[in-house]
Design a binder for this molecule. Structure first.
Ligand SMILES: C[S@@+](CC[C@H](N)C(=O)[O-])C[C@H]1O[C@@H](n2cnc3c(N)ncnc32)[C@H](O)[C@@H]1O
Length: 266
């Protein structure tokens, strides 16, 4: 706990991202990843393999933009750095451990950005707000040399910070919040499609709680009913084994990946 508080105070982070809870979430994710390293390893390898496969399909390998780079666990960083002239890592927060690691590379750039485009407008919300802001999604560092965009387990997270903040500030209905989350998710997918580049998209979409016998006792669609196209790649991610959240149930996630989103394969 002390270590996490120390990180919270000493990490470089834009004030609005701090206020929206992104720094807190990133530090918590890092602690979870350290704790569950072995359990998450299968998922991490699947992600890295899929990104490698997408890279192999790129005709040119000039610049790759990774969205939701986070802790870089799911990203085959050395491979990307060797293959591409330039690697751009985009996230709302880049923790100190990530910044330290990147000193070893001379072709990797960090961009601190909220790709939903919601942060600054969100901060104006209050109990009198009658509507929620429209997402203005964007992909940083886009130019003619971008040959691959990776959206790395971001889709099911992109609404979480905005939603928590909006729920705490406004008095809008659940229906309004759900529609808004769907809008944020769809806006990110559309921005990937509109980029006109090869896109490797990886996302979890369903969370299941399982009892000690392995029976599913609760399912949650973490994309709020937004449908993904068919894909050739699926796997299960052991998010929280028995004992992590409860002694009585574990949580797993269904993950889907694309190497040429929105096409199922190629
Ligand atoms: C599940 S984590 C992805 C983990 C990461 N791919 C890895 O390999 O460690 C989701 C990431 O998306 C980032 N994120 C969430 N919303 C974002 C936004 N609007 N703009 C940029 N990054 C965002 C979070 O900060 C977090 O690092």
């Amino acid at each position: 706990m002390f270590i996490e508080s120390f990180k919270y105070i000493t990490t470089d982070c834009k004030p609005e991202f701090r206020r929206l809870g992104y720094l807190h979430e990133s530090i918590a994710l890092e602690a979870r990843y350290r704790r569950l390293h072995d359990v998450w390893n299968g998922h991490v390898q699947q992600c890295q393999d899929l990104i490698r496969l997408a890279v192999e399909q790129c005709e040119q390998q000039r610049k790759v933009v990774v969205l939701g780079s986070g802790l870089l666990a799911e990203i085959p960083l050395e491979f990307l750095s060797e293959r591409f002239d330039s690697v751009v890592l985009v996230d709302v927060v880049h923790l100190k451990s990530v910044r330290k690691w990147l000193v070893e590379f001379d072709n990797i750039e960090l961009v601190e950005a909220d790709i939903s485009g919601l942060s600054s407008v969100l901060l104006q919300l209050n109990k009198h707000s009658k509507a929620l802001p429209t997402p203005e999604p964007f992909i940083p560092s886009m130019d003619d040399t971008v040959d691959l965009i990776v959206s790395a387990n971001l889709l099911s997270q992109i609404y979480v910070g905005p939603l928590n903040f909006a729920v705490s500030r406004t008095r809008l209905s659940d229906e309004v919040f759900i529609e808004w989350c769907q809008m944020i998710i769809n806006a990110h997918m559309q921005s990937l499609i509109d980029s006109g580049r090869r896109v490797c998209l990886i996302t979890d979409h369903l969370h299941e709680e399982k009892n000690r016998n392995g029976d599913t006792i609760k399912s949650e669609d973490v994309l709020f009913g937004v449908k993904l196209p068919d894909s050739a790649w699926h796997w299960e991610w052991q998010l929280a084994p028995l004992g992590e959240i409860s002694r009585n149930f574990s949580v797993s996630a269904d993950v889907t990946g694309f190497i040429n989103f929105p096409l199922p394969m190629y």
